[in-house]
Design a protein around this ligand. Structure first.
Ligand code: ACO
Length: 421
């Protein structure tokens, strides 16, 4: 028997049976019985805004799958660009599709030099690179007015390739600007992570890319590539639902990611570890968190109520990176924090586990990335995910995002002239 739910309006005795489809109940059906009565769901914690076939996330069981493939398998066997193809096209590419995709992305890495220079010069030397990235991505929409034709799937794909290709160039450019160093142009003979590392770190002599660091970069990009309807993806979808072009929609996603509750958390973790200062202060810090004096950043997740599978993979990779770079001085504090929290009733009862950001910052720092670049790295990784959702939404018969509100303000009142207030 098909599953359903029956609701009764106790004001009228009227009943309505609503089928449960794909684990959800159709709000349009509820509305028939309850016109003018809205579902109140701040943070949209129990609301599905879409059907999606891209990423499956089972937070209770710590499962993350892109298009059905477990994150663990992709992390160990795939590459970032192959994962990007998978997210956007729905299937793994064959050799010819793969090579054409990689070739296309590799040959769209350049930014218009005048735009890049003028835009970055307009920012102060210590501008946060996420501010530069967000503005830069938004600015691209003025460069590619053809992107406004969002109804044409081929045109959408063209913009998707452009954006995935240009994100590392933007990111490295933002870093170079803040360091006062000359920009390093993309090298199209290199693979995606190597090219990015070279644009970031080459100074004077040719930059030798350590295979362990390249591998860690690839892994971190894969782990960040998508995470279904998170805050930034939702921002991209909301803006995209108004039929804004993809650059504007992805700029909105970057803006959401910038926040410390979301992509800014990896930066906040390092600041927290800095503020704890030493191993011996960990217990006092945990006490202060339990007393409500702050949060243990890098812990907790709206969806994962079990260990975040990405955090487990990153923790493993951290040791390979530290074997090359030397141990991150914050590692001991982080390990002790994790151990203390995982054994503490406060964190256990609230199902608070390390999330992706808890260890990623330590790796980034050891690789030489300044703290302000951490969220930018997240943005590069998440770009295929944002675009896959944007494209999926436009391929569906989507409606403009326009939630309701429960009005709690004043009833009608008359304007009082200033002299009488
Ligand atoms: N440290 C201490 N207590 C916490 C933490 C934390 N990191 N996270 C949640 N709690 C507590 C809350 O105080 C609350 O306790 P209460 O029931 O006694 O009031 C309970 O756990 C539930 O917390 P909510 O805020 O309702 O959880 P929500 O799902 O809304 O928030 C969030 C999720 C924002 C990720 C939260 O756990 C948090 O702030 N974590 C720290 C920031 C962080 O690491 N963000 C990165 C998320 S992953 C990502 O975006 C890539």
């Amino acid at each position: 028997m098909a599953e359903s739910i029956t609701i009764t309006d106790n004001r009228t005795g009227e009943q309505l049976e609503i089928p449960i489809t794909n684990g959800g109940v159709d709000a349009a059906e509820w509305r028939k019985l309850l016109p003018g009565v809205w579902f109140h769901d701040p943070g949209l914690a129990t609301t599905s805004g879409t059907e999606s076939a891209i990423t499956e996330l089972d937070g209770d069981n710590g499962i993350l799958r892109y298009r059905g493939y477990p994150i663990e398998q992709l992390a160990q066997q795939s590459t970032f660009l192959e994962v990007a193809y998978l997210l956007i096209n729905g299937e793994l590419p064959d050799r010819a599709q793969h090579d054409a995709w990689v070739d296309d992305i590799t040959h769209h890495t350049y930014l218009h030099e005048k735009f890049r220079k003028r835009m970055y010069d307009a920012f102060h030397y210590d501008a946060h690179p996420m501010g530069l990235l967000t503005s830069g991505v938004a600015g691209l929409s003025t460069f590619y007015p053809d992107a406004k034709d969002i109804e044409d799937p081929d045109n959408r794909m063209h913009q998707i390739i452009r954006l995935i290709a240009k994100m590392p160039t933007f990111a490295a450019s933002a870093f170079r600007h803040s360091e006062g160093q000359p920009f390093v142009f993309p090298d199209n003979t290199l693979d995606y992570p190597s090219n990015f590392l070279q644009m970031m770190f080459e100074v004077g002599n040719p930059y030798e890319i350590d295979p362990a660091l390249r591998k860690a970069m690839e892994l971190l990009l894969i782990l960040h590539a998508d995470h279904e309807q998170n805050c930034s993806t939702t921002a991209a979808r909301v803006v995209g639902s108004a039929h804004a072009d993809p650059y504007t929609s992805v700029a909105a996603a970057c803006a959401a990611l910038y926040g410390p509750r979301h992509g800014g958390a990896n930066e906040a973790v390092l600041n927290m570890l800095d503020s704890i200062e030493s191993y011996s202060n960990v217990d006092d810090f945990i006490k202060s968190v339990k007393a409500g004096e702050g949060r243990l950043i890098g812990f907790g997740h709206r969806v994962y109520k079990n260990y975040d599978p990405r955090a487990a993979l990153i923790k493993e990779a951290a040791h390979e990176v530290f074997a090359v770079t030397g141990k991150n001085p914050h590692l001991d504090i982080a390990l002790k924090l994790e151990e203390a929290a995982l054994n503490d009733e406060y964190f256990i009862s609230r199902k608070l586990y390390p999330n992706v950001d808890f260890y990623s910052g330590l790796i980034y720092q050891s690789m030489g990335f300044p703290i302000e670049m951490f969220t930018v790295l997240f943005a590069i990784g998440r770009t295929p995910g944002w675009l896959a959702h944007w494209d999926e939404m436009l391929a569906q018969d989507s409606r403009i995002a326009r939630p309701r509100q429960l009005f709690t303000g004043n009833e009608e009142r008359s304007y009082v002239p200033m002299s009488e207030r």
